[in-house]
Ligand binder design. Structure first.
Ligand SMILES: Cc1ncc(COP(=O)(O)O)c(C=O)c1O
Length: 444
């Protein structure tokens, strides 16, 4: 254990000096960890030595403040250290009786997330693996409620022959919502897609008739542009119509934690369910997602599990609110990270990363490159010219190693994505990365 702590600390201390992406050689060396399962045991320290020698160099160095790919948070020191303790505890977070500490801290952490988003008191939820499963959980509660209203018990009878539900999404819905709908038997393609504007925001004027058999999926924070659907203009009428409103706010909902950015999330509090991530903007470390449901009884109805040997008490059992039975006590890391940040710390991460994103956009724009989105939060899309030149620039940047950015195609335009999501990113990281980007573009 002490060796693991030392190796982990050495890794974190050295990570700033190495290229962000692992070298081809390091990836090749992973072959040392292949081979048949040895017939006999290996000493634990030797196993760890193998991991550190061959595994550590083949990681993506995402904890040095200069990883801007996807929407990837770093891991706050308190959350990381808590995860070591959680591993030592080895708690099963299924039931309160199995782990009072896991059950209670998770409940508290869920309530802190609710508070951060200014959602109604009484809202409940689950700590899951990520926003994909948080979308799944919120939509399972939606499916339960709408069908129960129509006199159908979906948990007992499934969807064959059930009354029909209409699912409405924006044209730029995140694919994890689509995946969740597929897992829930509601179909990846059986959806109504609403046209969006140039930032990917659902056009409120294009919404169809909504009713009590409709699930309306809104987005708080588009993965490419960071844009927010106009919830304040959509939600009041959708609620009056009786539709279930689900919000995919994997990272964007955290804007609500900042007095400066809160206005972007106006109206989302009127929804019935919300999906978000701890492992994105709050920097809790992987994996950590949170599902929130205004009426926790709906989530419970969709997720509850009973068996004679499963001892339930009057306490909240996590497994009655999420998709899994046995699982890691990941709510503890969420509790630790949020506790270490406090309200001000979370607001500071949002404000700092958004300011870094604006700095990137300004630097790239003044060098003559086109910024394709309104930089409303922490996401920047930049074109370096032709699609080929943009892709060559990205490849050079990734190979050079100062930082790491990925590509996308935004409404027909090939772009490099910059997502500033790490608590650790400094202005110096931005400036170093900006220089590397400009050099890569000049040489591409
Ligand atoms: C808007 C949005 N929703 C959902 C997801 C899926 O999140 P996860 O990978 O945590 O399941 C993402 C991931 O980037 C996202 O940006």
């Amino acid at each position: 254990m002490k060796r693991a702590a030392r190796d982990a600390t050495d890794y974190l201390e050295a990570v700033d000096a190495r290229p962000v992406a692992p070298s081809a050689e390091a990836i090749l060396s992973l072959n040392a960890l292949r081979g048949p399962l040895p017939p006999g045991p290996t000493n634990a320290e030797a196993v760890l030595r193998l991991l550190h020698e061959f595994g550590s160099p083949a990681t993506m160095a995402k904890t040095n403040g200069r990883f801007f790919g996807f929407v990837t948070g770093d891991c706050l020191p308190a959350a990381l250290a808590a995860s070591w303790l959680v591993s030592a505890w080895d708690q099963n977070a299924a039931h309160h009786v199995q782990s009072p500490v896991a059950a209670q801290l998770e409940e508290t952490a869920i309530d802190w997330v609710r508070e951060s988003f200014s959602l109604p008191k009484g809202t409940g939820g689950a700590v899951v693996t990520g926003a994909t499963m948080a979308n799944f959980s919120g939509l399972a509660a939606a499916r339960h409620t709408l069908l129960a209203r129509a006199g159908w018990d979906v948990e007992a009878d499934g969807l064959f022959g059930a009354p029909s539900i209409t699912v409405v999404v924006g044209g730029e819905v995140h694919q994890s919502v689509i995946k969740a709908l597929g897992l829930l038997g509601m179909g990846r393609s059986r959806i109504v897609r609403i046209p969006v504007d140039g930032q990917g925001r659902m056009r409120a004027d294009a919404l169809p008739h909504l009713d009590a058999m409709t699930i309306l999926c809104l987005q708080a924070g588009n993965v490419n542009t960071g844009a927010f659907d106009p919830a304040a203009g959509i939600c009041p009428a959708a609620r009056t119509a009786g539709a279930w409103i689900h919000v995919d706010g994997a990272f964007g909902l955290w804007a609500a934690a900042s007095p400066e950015f809160r206005k972007l999330t106006a109206g989302f509090e009127l929804a019935d369910s919300w999906a978000t991530d701890g492992h994105k903007w709050p920097n809790i470390g992987y994996d950590c997602g949170i599902a929130l449901v205004r009426e926790p009884a709906a989530l419970r109805a969709a997720m509850s599990i009973q068996a004679a040997y499963l001892v339930h008490t009057e306490q909240r059992d996590p497994s009655n609110y999420g998709p899994e039975l046995s699982r890691r006590a990941r709510g503890v890391e969420l509790w630790a990270g949020l506790r270490s940040l406090g309200r001000e710390g979370m607001a500071a991460i949002v404000e700092r990363t958004c300011s870094h994103a604006r700095r990137f956009a300004a630097g790239l724009k003044s060098a003559g490159y086109e910024i394709l989105n309104d930089v409303v939060i922490n996401q920047v899309l930049v074109s370096f010219g032709s699609p080929e030149k943009t892709l060559r620039t990205i490849a050079r940047l990734q190979a050079e190693g100062t930082c790491w950015c990925g590509s996308t195609v935004w409404q027909g335009h090939t772009a490099m994505r910059i997502s500033v999501s790490s608590w650790a990113t400094t202005e110096d990281d931005v400036d170093r990365s900006l220089s590397a980007m400009l050099k890569a573009a000049a040489e591409a």
